[in-house]
Write a protein that binds this ligand. Structure first.
Ligand code: NAD
Length: 355
């Protein structure tokens, strides 16, 4: 099988520990042929390890004919600019979340990719987290009935990064926002995938630690009405001390699904619909309900990097097999749109219609 030639732009956190090993783990299918970071020390060892060329200017990587597909893990303000340049150079593109920092930028990247006929994928790792994949299958089997309420939480500590005055995080001009743009977009994707389109948002944010040299919010709560009548909320914090983690609860009329990435078994199902469970039986007004904790290969510290590897491997296979990526530019645009509306609600102090 021909190997896809990958050019990676940005070898900091996400590029370095998330995407890079995703490609090197599938040497039969992908070869990293070029690396670019404006800090040369971030590419040197990886270039030696893979035999890739190392650049400090992304324009040079984009001019390299060996590069068929470009992986962008850069500060947010560069996403649209570099994605557009890569598409114009005829490369397939995977770009980290948030896809862009405005809806207009998202539109221009989507239409450029269509015009040039290249693959465009947003690196939304949420779609590749096993616990969520299994939860989605349980919803497809109608195990919890109609969802009336949904919540998603993402939290951890970004305090060291936010304390650094040289960091791009914490600056609206470079990051497009704070925890909403950086983290909540994952939760927006997740709840859209699990529940459906959000219709209205009402949100609050705070910059929780006044001493941080930042002009972005560190904590956010957004309450949603969904198009299908469900209610829900998304909560995000960058100022808490536990391993970076996520939680989700979906409450349906016949049961509920609970995800806790710090638990050994990250997914629990309570359902009046599945009677064959070999686990515990509980009580509900409708009779007995089953309680299951399906086995999922899981580590509280590794689930994120595993999902990031899976996402870039999916991108490679979409190119090789000429199929559409599971997370499209339109998906990324939708999450940016919800983020923009969330900020509008914070600013106006009122609920804002998303549609
Ligand atoms: N999916 C996830 O869970 C997840 C996790 C972390 C980060 N991310 C995303 O990944 C992206 C990068 O975040 P990060 O935490 O890796 O940031 P980072 O600061 O650690 O890495 C960014 C890299 O880009 C390089 N860079 C900056 N400007 C450049 C330029 N003009 N040309 C070449 N290189 C340049 C920097 O030197 C740095 O090495 C962001 O979009 C972020 O939201 C996603």
């Amino acid at each position: 099988m021909a190997k896809i030639g990958i050019g990676m732009i940005g070898l900091g956190g996400a590029g370095g520990w998330g995407h890079f090993p995703g490609y090197t783990d599938i040497p039969e299918e992908a070869k990293i042929v070029a690396l670019c970071d404006n800090v040369p020390a971030r590419t040197e060892a990886k270039a030696r390890m893979t035999g890739a060329k190392a650049y400090t200017e992304y324009e040079k990587l984009l001019a390299d004919p060996d590069v068929e597909a470009v992986d962008i893990t850069l500060p947010h303000y560069l996403h649209a600019r570099v994605a557009l340049a890569a598409i114009e150079a005829g490369k397939h593109v995977i770009v980290e979340k948030p896809f862009t920092i405005t809806v207009e930028e998202a539109d221009s990247v989507i239409s450029a990719a269509k015009r040039k006929g290249v693959k465009l994928m947003v690196a939304e790792n949420t779609r590749f987290v096993e616990a969520y994949e299994v939860a989605r299958k349980m919803l497809d089997q109608d195990l919890i009935g109609r969802i009336c309420y949904a919540e998603a939480y993402i939290g951890g500590s970004e305090i060291p990064r936010l304390r650094d005055p040289n960091s791009w995080n914490g600056k609206v001009s470079l990051a497009g926002g704070g925890v909403v743009m950086d983290s909540a977009v994952h939760s927006f994707y997740l709840l859209r995938w699990m529940v459906g389109k959000m219709k209205t948002v009402s949100a609050f944010t705070t910059k929780f630690m006044d001493e941080l040299p930042i002009d972005t919010e560190t904590n956010a709560v957004a309450i949603f009405k969904f198009e299908n009548g469900a209610l829900g909320h998304v909560a995000n914090s960058e100022t808490t001390e536990h391993p970076w983690t996520e939680q989700m609860q979906l409450i349906g009329v016949n049961g509920s699904l609970v995800v806790d990435m710090l638990a050994e078994r990250p997914l629990q199902l309570y359902s009046t619909k599945r009677k064959s469970s070999n686990v515990t039986m509980g009580w509900s007004p409708y009779g007995s309900s089953s309680w299951e904790e399906p086995f999922i290969y899981h580590s509280g510290l590794e689930w994120k990097s595993r999902s990031m590897k899976k996402e870039v491997q999916h991108f490679v296979r979409c190119i090789a097999q000429d199929t559409q990526p599971l997370v499209s530019g339109e998906d990324g645009r939708e999450d940016v749109r919800v983020a923009v509306k969330t900020y509008e609600s914070v600013k106006t102090g009122r609920p804002v219609d998303i549609y």
